[in-house]
Structure formats: structure tokens, C-alpha cells
Design a binder for this molecule. Structure first.
Ligand SMILES: [Ca+2]
Ligand SMILES: [Ca+2]
Ligand SMILES: [Ca+2]
Ligand SMILES: [Ca+2]
Length: 396
């Protein structure tokens, strides 16, 4: 029995949820190897693609910033790999023939100022006459092998982006990369891999389009805000070492904020009413984006703007019928109110962006009217307040 045969059994689903049986098979193979070749230790298991220390991989060289570089290939002239896929895509199960490429990303090629931390790129596959698919793999520096979800060589490979359109449609992958060496694989769809025909394809690495069509703020924790800008590659090693599952990280699965910010990032004339549990309005990343009722003189005990609420400078606390709209607490302690849900919500809407600290809001500049409200008691009244005081967006 060989490891190849074992892989076939794994792909057939024989060991699904039956790890005891799997380990029996591994023990059997190991003992056979030992018996047949007593002078050699059992060979370590490796995916064929990564055997031979990447010797058959075509190197695309150093990829630089703000460039579009294309590489034309005739597959019949290239070393073919047989890659036993563990990728989760449904049409990549089994062995498929493929061609492997590497390229380098060097900080000096893109680090134009201290704000630039990653090189954003689209990797594209085009000019197809067969159904090729595109795969991207990141190497785990601890093992010099692909990242795997779990210990041991049989754990599935993770962080492999794929683009697997059917037919001869182009393929495209977005990645944001730190300095390092990366691997791309062009594989025939295993379902159609035996069909004869031309085998030409073009790989294009485009580090120009993303920067031209997007705008990124310089906030410290932007890289953690995957819902705005999901690079899919953030701190993969940290994620794994913290014990979290890394599968499911999907680059560009976000609200396309960088693309939107290129068109518009300020909403400074827009009043957004935040109906929630109150907001810590002194927060350094929020204070500049809190609505100020200009018709109200603070702290004089008079309803200067005659809107029915005395000293309502930043909003109103409907929960406790008072001017201080911070936490859901009759006498809010600013430290306690930091943790309130409304503060979190306000940060998503309008944390001051491009100020180097904290996070970036969806709107970089805006005016957030703070409404502390109990939805079961004074919902209508709170909405009337927001509308009468010219909020044009209300968060519920
Ligand atoms: Ca395809
Ligand atoms: Ca008033
Ligand atoms: Ca007043
Ligand atoms: Ca900020």
C-alpha cells in the first residue's frame, strides 16, 4: 500500500469522520515501508506539487508596484505537475494536471511611504482555449509548505485562493501581499482535463488597477476591518497560532469600501441619528464626528432652539429623559460607556478616518446625532426628534 493509494481512499471519503481508521491505515503503511526498506526512514508525506523543493516551478520574478505584467505560456513546453487537490471547491477534487509559478514581492518594490503595508494585486488568467483554473497558495514560513488547517501533513491546505469558472472564461484572484515568495498554479479542470486542444494561456499580474480605483485611509486598525477591506491574507500566521480556524477567509468579501471611498469618503453635511444605547461622545476617534446642535447653548438650562428639549447639544437620552445621551445608565461613567453597544455602532458608521488612530468609519467625516433610546418605550418620540432636527439617515 502506498500514500498515493491512501490519498485515493481519502478522496473517496472512506475516512470521513473516522480518524481511528485513518490512523490504522497510516500505521500500516509506515510499518510496511519500514519492513520493505529497513535502512531508510519512512518518506515524509508531501503533496506532489511541492515535492522536489519547487524545482519544476516557473519563476515569474519580482513583481513591482503600479505595473501590469503579462506572461504568455505554451503549456506543452512546461513541466507538468499532478496536484492532489484538497481545496474546498467542488470541482477541484481529485488529481489534476497543473503548472506551477512563483513570484516575489519585495518591500522596496511597493513601500512608497509608511502607509503602504501591502501590495494589492489582481492575478488574472486569460487567453484560454481549455478550462484552466487559477489557484494561489501562501507558504507557511514554519514549514516551507502550504499553510494547513491543523497539524500534520494530512491536514487540508488553507489560504489557497481559487478562481474556477467553467469553460474558457478568464479567471481572476485578488490578493494583498506582504513581502515574500508566493505560488500560483494553473490547473486544468479535472472534469475536462483529458480533452485535447491548444494549451496556451496568459498570466497577468496587475498591481496598478486596485490603487487607481480605490482610496485607503491611514487608520491604525484598518487591516482588521475586514468588512470594509477584506484582503483575506491578514495575519494568517497569527490567526493560526491563536488557535482560530483560518478557513473561510475570503478576500474582497466586503462592502467594497476602498472602491467607494475613491468616489466619495466624506459625509460631513449629513446628520446620521444613531438610535442605540448611547455613545461615548468623548472618544478620540468619534468626538470630531458627533453632531452639535448649533441652536442650543449648552448648560444654561434653557431650550434655546425651542425644540422641546433643554440643552440637547449632541442628541437626547430618551431612556432617562435627560440631555446626556451617553450610556444606558442614569449617571453614565465615561469609562463604562466606552463599552456600550452604541459606541461600537457609531464607530462603524462614522469613526473619524485618515487620522492615523483607531479605525475608519464607513463615512470618514459625518455628524452623528446620539439618541439613547429604549425601543420598547420611546421609539416614536426618538424618531420624531431625529427627523425634526434634520437627521437625513437614521440607524435603527
Ligand atoms: Ca476555468
Ligand atoms: Ca433644545
Ligand atoms: Ca440651552
Ligand atoms: Ca480613525
Amino acid at each position: 500500500m502506498t500514500f498515493d493509494f491512501l490519498m485515493q481512499l481519502i478522496n473517496m471519503g472512506i475516512f470521513k469522520n473516522n480518524f481511528a481508521l485513518l490512523f490504522q491505515f497510516i500505521s500500516l503503511i509506515t510499518s510496511q515501508n519500514t519492513a520493505n526498506t529497513p535502512s531508510l526512514p519512512p518518506a515524509p508525506f508531501q503533496l506532489p506539487f511541492f515535492q522536489g523543493k519547487f524545482g519544476a516551478i516557473t519563476d515569474l520574478g519580482l513583481i513591482k508596484n503600479a505595473t501590469t505584467t503579462s506572461f504568455d505560456f505554451n503549456a506543452s513546453n512546461m513541466p507538468k505537475q499532478f496536484y492532489q487537490s484538497n481545496l474546498p471547491e467542488r470541482n477541484t477534487i481529485g488529481k489534476r494536471s497543473s503548472y506551477a509559478f512563483s513570484f516575489d514581492v519585495d518591500y522596496t518594490s511597493f513601500l512608497t511611504d509608511e502607509k503602504s503595508e501591502k501590495l494589492n494585486m489582481f492575478i488574472q488568467l486569460s487567453g484560454l482555449s481549455k478550462d484552466y483554473d487559477l489557484y494561489f497558495t501562501q507558504i507557511d514560513p514554519r514549514t516551507n509548505e502550504p499553510f494547513r488547517n491543523g497539524a500534520g501533513p494530512l491536514s487540508p491546505i488553507i489560504n489557497a485562493r481559487s478562481s474556477t469558472n467553467f469553460g474558457i472564461e478568464d479567471e481572476s484572484i485578488f490578493v494583498a501581499l506582504e513581502a515574500g515568495k508566493y505560488y500560483v498554479e494553473v490547473g486544468l479542470n479535472p472534469l475536462v482535463g483529458l480533452i485535447a486542444g491548444d494549451s496556451n494561456f496568459k498570466i497577468t499580474i496587475d498591481t496598478k488597477s486596485f490603487n487607481q480605483s480605490t482610496k485607503l485611509p491611514n487608520d491604525k486598525y484598518l487591516a482588521n476591518q475586514w468588512y470594509l477591506y477584506n484582503t483575506g491574507t491578514t495575519n494568517l500566521l497569527d490567526t493560526i497560532e491563536s488557535g482560530s480556524k483560518a478557513n473561510g477567509i475570503k478576500p474582497n468579501a466586503d462592502i467594497r469600501a476602498p472602491e467607494a471611498w475613491k468616489l466619495r469618503n466624506s459625509a460631513k453635511d449629513i446628520i446620521v441619528a444613531v438610535h442605540d444605547s448611547g455613545v461615548y461622545i468623548e472618544h478620540p476617534d468619534l468626538k470630531d464626528n458627533i453632531w452639535v446642535n448649533k441652536g442650543e447653548i449648552p448648560g444654561n438650562g434653557i431650550d434655546d432652539d425651542n425644540n422641546g428639549y433643554i440643552d440637547d447639544v449632541n442628541g437626547w437620552n430618551f431612556t432617562f429623559d435627560k440631555k446626556d445621551p451617553r450610556a444606558r445608565n442614569p449617571n453614565p461613567d465615561p469609562k463604562l460607556s466606552i463599552s456600550s453597544h452604541g459606541t461600537h455602532v457609531a464607530g462603524i458608521i462614522g469613526a473619524k478616518a485618515n487620522n492615523r488612530i483607531g479605525i475608519s468609519g464607513v463615512a470618514w467625516d459625518t455628524q452623528m446625532m446620539v439618541i439613547n433610546v429604549d425601543p420598547l418605550r420611546n421609539w416614536l418620540e426618538a424618531h420624531e426628534y431625529a427627523i425634526n432636527n434634520k437627521a437625513s439617515v437614521i440607524n435603527n
